[in-house]
Design a protein around this ligand. Structure first.
Ligand SMILES: NC(=O)c1ccc[n+]([C@@H]2O[C@H](COP(=O)([O-])OP(=O)(O)OC[C@H]3O[C@@H](n4cnc5c(N)ncnc54)[C@H](O)[C@@H]3O)[C@@H](O)[C@H]2O)c1
Length: 281
């Protein structure tokens, strides 16, 4: 029976943002790790860190797992080059659902492809150490969950892949196995189109009140504290919003939110967003 311990794992794009994070987590794992990187600048940084970089043509054919930590807009081109190099039964792992959802991920018939995306540590996570507080992204000290989806191929490969995915994004609490389409609804729609967008609106709102002459420290203190309590009440029902606050919320929705905003969850809207993200139009 194959185990992670006698597996060979390649990371393509090992010098990028995710590639570096995953390398840092897998470098001491009991597996053979092969690092591939195209940018000369990033290769130089990796060499400074005593990391060995090998060509993709050498790494992929001997790998049980190939992790594509490359920009989503290049996944079609890179997976087209990688697919014929992969050995029978190997697993290709991508880190974002966009390319797989938009049918840009090329996989040969003898391989399995899986998408694995980190959830990042929850704002409600119980944290005990300085390192956990500092690890907003996850993958260092704060626990996070991961969403995982089979894109194509042999679903029995998921069990071993989950072991690797937990090491890539460690420390991991739970891996949620869902479909590629469900993952695309979560990201971009739920977490980028809506949540990250609202984050930027909060920041612009802070700028507005500071420009109106309110001391920035006071404004930041009010905003940061109220972000925490607003999310605790809205998402967890820790205590009710006050009656006056409920009136202000309705006023805000009327002034800011378009009545048909939930159209962002429709397939047409999602497809259009992903095509724009992948620069397909
Ligand atoms: N950055 C994030 O916060 C984040 C979070 C979750 C998932 N992701 C996903 O991770 C993946 C990588 O994103 P990133 O932000 O780390 O990108 P990045 O641009 O930081 O890094 C990509 C790396 O791939 C390298 N590369 C490009 N073509 C290559 C090739 N043919 N062979 C080898 N290396 C090649 C680049 O030189 C670069 O170092 C994407 O699928 C992205 O959606 C990113």
């Amino acid at each position: 029976m194959s185990t992670l311990e006698n597996s060979t794992v390649s990371i393509l794009g090992a010098g990028g943002k995710m590639g570096t994070r995953i390398t840092n987590n897998l470098i001491h794992a009991p597996l053979q790790l092969l690092l591939c990187e195209k940018s000369e600048e990033r290769v130089a940084t990796m060499i400074e860190r005593n990391l060995i970089v090998v060509p993709m043509e050498e790494a992929v054919p001997q790998s049980d797992f190939v992790i594509l930590a490359v920009p989503d807009i290049y996944i079609k081109q890179i997976s087209t080059e990688v697919a014929p190099l992969m050995k029978d039964g190997a697993v290709l792992i991508t880190l974002d659902p966009a390319a797989a959802y938009a049918e840009q991920l090329v996989v040969n018939n003898h391989s399995t492809s899986i998408v694995a995306h980190p959830c990042h540590p929850s704002i409600f996570l119980e944290k005990y150490t300085r390192e956990e507080y500092d690890d907003a992204f996850g993958g260092v000290a704060a626990k996070q969950d991961v969403v995982v989806a089979l894109h194509q191929g042999d679903e029995t490969k998921i069990t071993l892949a989950l072991e690797l995915i937990k090491s890539m994004y460690a420390p991991v609490e739970t891996c949620h196995v869902i479909t590629v389409e469900q993952m695309a609804i979560l990201e971009p729609t739920l977490v980028e189109t809506i949540t990250c967008m609202i984050g930027t609106v909060l920041n612009e709102s802070l700028d507005e009140v500071v420009n109106m002459g309110i001391p920035e420290e006071a404004a930041r203190a009010m905003l940061y504290g109220h972000i925490q309590i607003a999310l605790a009440v809205a998402l967890r029902g820790t205590n009710p919003f006050s009656d006056a606050c409920l009136i202000a919320i309705e006023q805000g929705k009327e002034a800011i939110i378009q009545p048909d905003w939930k159209k962002v969850f429709e397939k047409e809207h999602l497809d259009s967003t992903i095509r724009k993200m992948l620069k397909l139009c």
